[in-house]
Design a protein around this ligand. Sequence first.
Ligand SMILES: Nc1ncnc2c1ncn2[C@@H]1O[C@H](COP(=O)(O)OP(=O)(O)OP(=O)(O)O)[C@@H](O)[C@H]1O
Length: 260
Amino acid sequence: MSIISVSDLTHQYAVEGREKTLALSNVNLEIKKNEFVTLLGPSGCGKTTLMRAIGGLVSPTQGTITVNGKKVDGPNQDSAIVFQSFALMPWASVLQNVTFGLEMRGVGNKTEREHKAMAAIAQVGLKGFENKLPKELSGGMQQRVGLARALVVSTPVLLMDEPFGALDQQTRRYMQEELLRIWQEDQRTVVFVTHDMEEAIMLADKVVLMSARPGRIEEVIDVTFPRPRDPDAVERLPEFVELKEHLWRRLRQAHELNAA
Ligand SMILES: Nc1ncnc2c1ncn2[C@@H]1O[C@H](COP(=O)(O)OP(=O)(O)OP(=O)(O)O)[C@@H](O)[C@H]1O
């Protein structure tokens, strides 16, 4: 049974005075409860648009999306988003940044909100940093705050838009491991946008490969490496290398078709 169901989704951006951009064309996708799905595809193929549409931040031109049995028609209680740019309030402490989403959703009283926020802050390994401002934290720590802010609202679906794209390689690897640990502990459905093939394979139960713009689903690949996964060990498996070569070939074809 799918928790996310995307049917015949098409989206065209129309900016006044500019040529229209067909970002997605006839996308169909089913995602099961607690699945970890990565969306991979060439730059500009519509990954972010698809993820935002699932989160209700983009109203598609055509087609329907249901999340948790409800038709999506705007931001809702079923999904939370982690952005690449962290999107933290610079003047607010870690604790205030994390409680903000709860406040916006009208959850509990101040004490209850702070209690929940402290648990999420601990879950992402930031206990002791709750009174710091974002600028006092490293990029990896700021993204942990972004993650805590999304986790605290306890939505069944977590949408992540290249959340580790701005981090250095080492921090990125560490955050991937942390995310897998949290997801393993606290099962929920994750849709994770990336253009990094290794990241897409490492994290996923399913890699959804999209074509160049207008984005369509090219292929859905099941990734069956056992969990919990140790990224360093997985990377050395011949199956991992084969899968990476396969994705690389497909992405290159998409790029060449696009350039032709
Ligand atoms: N708000 C917008 N207004 C107009 N066009 C947009 C808007 N957002 C995205 N687009 C266009 O829609 C297409 C898909 O963009 P989108 O950001 O979804 O792709 P993406 O696959 O996430 O890209 P990347 O990997 O480079 O982040 C692109 O051509 C982009 O220029």
